[in-house]
Design a protein around this ligand. Structure first.
Ligand SMILES: Cc1cc2nc3c(=O)[nH]c(=O)nc-3n(C[C@H](O)[C@H](O)[C@H](O)COP(=O)(O)OP(=O)(O)OC[C@H]3O[C@@H](n4cnc5c(N)ncnc54)[C@H](O)[C@@H]3O)c2cc1C
Length: 363
């Protein structure tokens, strides 16, 4: 039921000591499926020690690049990111779902918008795609990027950002905040916290006059930046997030033993025009996705932490409760969109459709 297609690795660039940029090419017959929007991500699948792992990586290329590129930063002890950094070679193939995600806004050529972008560490990947695309496609719009890193050497895409600054000097500026390397300006040195944000939003940029903010990084920092942006006059609905999973990985989670004799919910799943039914308990703590996978029903998913939107679907009948949601906007939830990886049934009967999903920002 879920769609994976082979992508060939046509180039590998060592971006920093612990991050690689992969250039990926779909087969000619799959090219149309892999047309992407700025800020979207790919979901890869790989078998590790008998377990199938899925991991998402944001596309860092712009629309005009017309080339799939992702940047993968090695996480200490991380399975997929270590493998990608150490064991992938040009010519290898990797299974991927088509681009997904709604971390973008529609592009309007003659609009004059002010964007505030915030990236923390590897969170720069979708932000670079957004910055480059907006600068190229909206010739009147302005961007200020605040980019937080540990040290100068850990800054990803240093050269690309510097090239962008040269190309779009009057419309693009970058503030580098470095935790360790001390610079001349106190404000740009050390951890980013509420006090730093308040100073930035008073002296360097005006959230009140900005149209959209895009933030990508760890959850706590993103929430803090969002809170300060709102305190300085920005509407919550104009602040968009992309969270890179920070909850415990699937392989670290003990598998719960589910007593199937207590099943009291009938779930109908619609995907690719096909209908599958399963029974589950609404009191076991099992999510709809977990119940489906246990029945070998192959649904789209990736992070299993409510962070990406790969598993989103529409509630056609019945009700669910989501345990957490960092991926869907409030209005999407109001329209009945849910994340199956976080959904616990509340009713005896539930029907979910994976066939009616359209993303918020259709360009
Ligand atoms: C929408 C989206 C876009 C993303 N884009 C990017 C991107 O552009 N670039 C990027 O680099 N990342 C990105 N990520 C993050 C990426 O998907 C992975 O989460 C990340 O690379 C780590 O995966 P891994 O398999 O290497 O680590 P995992 O194996 O999942 O481990 C993650 C952490 O958990 C710890 N851990 C592992 N096993 C255990 C255990 N048994 N007990 C306790 N702790 C354990 C590890 O030590 C490690 O610190 C994105 C995530 C999302 C959701």
């Amino acid at each position: 039921m879920s769609d994976f297609y082979p992508l060939e690795i046509t180039d590998i660039k060592q971006e920093t000591r612990d991050a690689v940029v992969l250039t990926l090419k779909p087969q000619a017959s799959d090219a149309a499926r892999f047309k992407y929007k700025q800020g979207q991500y790919l979901t890869f699948k790989k078998m590790f020690k008998g377990e199938s792992l899925r991991r998402s990586y944001s596309i860092c290329s712009s629309l005009s690049d017309n080339q799939l590129k992702v940047a993968i930063k090695k996480v200490d002890g991380g399975w997929f990111s270590s493998w990608a950094n150490e064991e992938l070679y040009i010519g290898d193939k990797i299974d991927s779902m088509p681009p997904m995600g709604n971390f973008n806004t529609p592009l309007v050529r003659d609009t004059h918008k002010n964007y505030l972008l915030f990236a923390i560490g590897s969170g720069i990947t979708p932000i670079l795609s957004l910055a480059k695309t907006i600068l190229e496609e909206e010739p009147l719009s302005q961007i200020i990027l605040t980019y937080v890193n540990r040290s100068y050497n850990s800054i990803m895409f240093r050269e690309d950002l510097s090239d962008l600054k040269d190309r779009f000097m009057s419309r693009f500026s970058v503030l580098h905040i470095l935790k360790h390397d001390s610079g001349d300006i106190d404000l740009l040195t050390g951890r980013i916290d509420a006090d730093k944000c308040d100073q930035l939003f008073t002296r360097w940029m005006s959230p009140k006059h900005a149209d959209t903010a895009f933030i990508c990084g760890p959850k706590e920092v993103m929430l803090m930046i969002s809170e300060r942006l709102q305190a300085h006059g920005m509407e919550k609905s104009n602040i968009k997030f992309e969270l890179f999973a920070s909850t415990p990985p699937k392989k670290a989670k003990a598998k719960a033993v589910i007593d199937k004799s207590k099943n009291d919910v009938v779930v109908t799943l619609i995907k690719d025009g096909q209908t599958r039914r399963l029974e589950m308990s609404r009191h076991s703590g099992e999510t709809v996705l977990e119940a489906a996978l246990a029945e070998n029903i192959d649904l789209p998913y990736s992070c299993q932490a409510g962070v990406c939107s790969t598993c989103m679907c529409k509630v056609k009948s019945g009700e669910v409760e989501m345990q957490s949601n960092y991926a869907l906007e409030d209005y999407e939830v109001e329209r009945g969109t849910v994340l199956s990886c976080q959904s616990i049934p509340l009713t005896d009967e539930l029907t979910l459709s994976f066939d009616e999903m359209t993303h918020a920002a259709e360009n």
